[in-house]
Design a binder for this molecule. Structure first.
Ligand SMILES: Nc1nc2c([nH]c(=O)n2[C@H]2C[C@H](O)[C@@H](COP(=O)(O)OP(=O)(O)OP(=O)(O)O)O2)c(=O)[nH]1
Length: 164
């Protein structure tokens, strides 16, 4: 069961990212998102989280697939991932402190830099793919001792896509 959503909010080569104040992604720059409410559809959930955390009233976001993770062999969690363009007329003074952390713009090049320890370890594995194409995938990561030990990418079936 996928409990979370995440949205990467893009404007040209920059993304509006959240440096989270609280676990599970504390201290790292991540997309905006959060927990789905009971019976909430992933798109509705992510639009709600984006509005709550940034004030951006998105009308839609592009579905990019699922990211799941297992820790020491036990399935642990997952999120539905989306990408959206920040509307041209939306202005935000950054950096800005919100309840969940600090919102600020980050360059894609910085986000994807391999030596960059400022983003969740799995993010550079899936974000370039999500930006590159229209296909949706399921990305699965296995962690041991707090680090990724293996990962795989499989196409998402039509059936899953329609139900998400
Ligand atoms: N890139 C990346 N993001 C992750 C991973 N694990 C994980 O939970 N996230 C994302 C999913 C959510 O967008 C966010 C965690 O959301 P959250 O627990 O703060 O949710 P929330 O704000 O609704 O929390 P709450 O107030 O309801 O407790 O972090 C991961 O391994 N990689």
């Amino acid at each position: 069961m996928i409990k979370y959503t995440i949205c990467f909010l893009k404007r040209q080569s920059r993304f509006l990212m959240l440096n989270r104040l609280h676990p599970p992604i504390m201290g790292l720059w991540n997309g905006v998102g959060g927990k789905l409410e009971p019976d909430e559809a992933p798109l509705s959930g992510v639009l709600r989280e984006v509005l709550e955390e940034t004030g951006i009233p998105l009308k839609s976001a592009a579905y990019k697939g699922m990211v799941t993770w297992a820790i020491d062999g036990a399935s642990h969690g997952g999120m539905h991932a989306f990408i959206a363009e920040v509307p041209d007329d939306f202005d935000i003074k950054t950096p800005v402190l919100i309840d969940e952390g600090i919102l600020d713009w980050r360059e894609l090049e910085w986000i994807l830099h391999p030596e960059n320890a400022g983003v969740p370890e799995n993010l550079p594995f899936f974000l370039p793919d999500m930006l590159a194409g229209d296909d949706c995938f399921h990305y699965h990561f296995c962690y041991s001792n707090g680090t990724i030990t293996s990962h795989e990418k499989t196409p998402l079936s039509e059936a899953i896509l329609q139900s998400s």
